[in-house]
Design a protein around this ligand. Structure first.
Ligand code: F6R
Ligand code: MG
Ligand code: MG
Length: 368
């Protein structure tokens, strides 16, 4: 029987400001989600928190886009929002853009990553969850995990991965998608996924049997709401071992920090810092952006875990490098390239400031 793994996340209020979530809010969300187990909607649930976001990790047999499962998550977030509002948490209910549930949480604010598979003899998965960044933050690590033999030795050594992987890429502005194969279309793939402000990887499949290997949340809240409502703080599911990359190959890109968009006011470039669960609290300049890695063994549809995979001194050096990168970028203050380019600032609160000044512009040099 096929099992579905659904990860649905939202920011329903921050404690303090946008830095973390109050435990009473988390407990309400957990209570409603656990009730879904008793009602037979889901098999199991585990709750993760990263910064001001809560994720429901759920297993069930209803397939992806199940309205029952999405409704359960919606109700958990709705009831959590009530607690959040009562406690006057910051931005209570911020990601719930609609008043009532209508079939699927996609397009209603929460982020969703889902996949359906036949549970293997042993089914290890890694769930990444980031705060203060956007779904395109996964482009670089997904490329390294599934297409770069310098990162993933298994692409060279393991015959079941040797044929490569298929990347499902989407243009977030048009919703158009394209599937590209690695290694043979690597350079074409990089044309798109290197342009992180526009293209995101939705999923990755093993080429030999088209088995799902990874699935990411790809919604952009600002594009949905037409105004700035926080960054999208994405989730990513990656299956590990026996024909998929090893857990260590999946975590390896995070040992070498890179820059992502997000951070303060969703308007800055910053390093993505891999942290343990307890350090998933972005405070310096509302950041730097954080990512946690939660490992699970899925056993008969039950979630054994999470194991806090970045709670490892082997990632201390990456964290130190992130702090150095943060210092260098903060020196730029409000100047680009620390601040994002104008096209990205269109989706922040900046246009309201520009509006007031637009009539003061006079032609001073004719355009040829
Ligand atoms: C970024 C984020 C924060 C806020 C900032 C201002 O994703 O959530 O950096 O943008 O704290 O928040 P407001 O405008 O709510 O005062
Ligand atoms: Mg928030
Ligand atoms: Mg957040």
């Amino acid at each position: 029987m096929k099992l579905t793994l659904s990860v649905i996340k939202a920011d329903i209020g921050g404690f303090v400001g946008h830095s973390s979530v109050h435990k009473e809010v988390v407990e309400k969300v957990r209570e409603v989600a656990e009730d879904g187990k008793d009602r037979g909607i889901i098999r199991d649930v585990s709750i993760l928190v990263c910064g001001d976001d809560i994720a429901l990790v759920m297993t069930h047999t209803k397939g992806v886009d199940s309205s029952d499962v999405h409704e359960l998550a919606w109700n958990a977030f709705k009831e959590g929002t009530e607690v959040s509002k009562k406690m006057k948490m910051y931005g209570a209910g911020q990601d719930l853009l609609a008043d009532a549930f209508s079939g699927n949480v996609k397009g209603m604010g929460p982020g969703v990553a889902e996949m359906e598979f036949e549970e293997r003899k042993s089914e290890p998965v890694v769930i990444f969850f980031a705060d203060k960044t956007a779904p395109s933050a996964w482009n670089l690590p997904l490329y390294e995990i599934f297409a770069d033999p310098m990162n993933t030795a298994g692409l060279v050594i393991d015959p079941s991965m040797h044929e490569g992987f298929i990347f499902d890429v989407m243009d977030v502005y048009t919703g158009m998608g394209i599937r590209l194969k690695a290694p043979e279309e690597l350079y074409d793939l990089l044309v798109f996924i290197g342009a992180t402000s526009r293209y995101v990887i939705r999923a990755v499949y093993r080429k030999s049997d088209e088995e799902i290997a990874a699935s990411a949340s790809t919604q952009r809240l600002s594009l949905m709401a037409g105004r700035y409502v926080g960054k999208d703080d994405p989730v990513l599911i990656v299956r590990a071992q026996s024909g998929f990359p090893a857990v260590g190959e999946i975590l390896e890109p995070f040992a070498r920090p890179w820059l992502v968009e997000g951070w303060m006011r969703g308007s800055h470039t910053g390093p993505l810092m891999p942290v343990s669960f307890k350090n998933a609290k972005p405070t310096r300049f509302d950041g730097p952006p954080r990512v946690i890695a939660a490992g699970y063994q899925i056993t008969d549809g039950y979630l054994i875990g999470p194991s806090d995979l970045f709670d490892d001194p082997a990632f201390d050096e990456a964290r130190r490098q992130c702090n150095n990168m943060a210092d260098i970028l903060r020196r730029q203050g409000i100047f680009e390239p620390h601040r994002l380019p104008p096209e990205e600032m269109e989706y922040t609160t900046l246009p309201k400031v520009l509006e007031k000044l637009k009539d003061r512009f006079k032609l001073v040099e004719a355009k040829k």
